[in-house]
Design a binder for this molecule. Sequence first.
Ligand code: CU
Length: 179
Amino acid sequence: MVVQNVVWAVSIILMAAVVGVFVWVADGASRHVVDHAPLTAAAYRLRPWLFLILALAMVGANWRTLIELPYRAVASARVLAAPVQRVQVVGEQWDWRITPNQVKAGTPVAFHVTSRDVNHGFAIYDPSLRIVAETQAMPGFDNVLRYTFEQPGIYQVMCLEYCGLLHHVMRATITVVPR
Ligand SMILES: [Cu+2]
């Protein structure tokens, strides 16, 4: 939970900074009248260059990320043929029903994920809170997420799709026992 506390603190500080700017402007900065024509002219001289930099960055980013399309199928035939532990996952505001919630390491798990109300994000985090697998939980759909746990431990499930007032308490655990 340490990372979340840091994120929370940083968010509060940034929000306070935004509020501070609003207060500063409301409190008098806006009463100080400036001729904005020279400022506009300077900004417009800069604008084509900023646009060019942005365009080059976008071309580079697209080239780097799309060059490997179409992505190869993740699961090999051998993986698909292996024995599978089936786990049913149902998301519902604001809880998860995971049956069973204990699986073995080393054997593939097929999570059949659905929702009873709105879209949820079914995200699995390892004991050090690094995300290892994720899929959407959608009403009316059976989304199959395949994942093989290599290390035993207590894995956290957290909702990764904002789903209402108590989204942040929508958590569960999956226990992975040694093979
Ligand atoms: Cu949620």
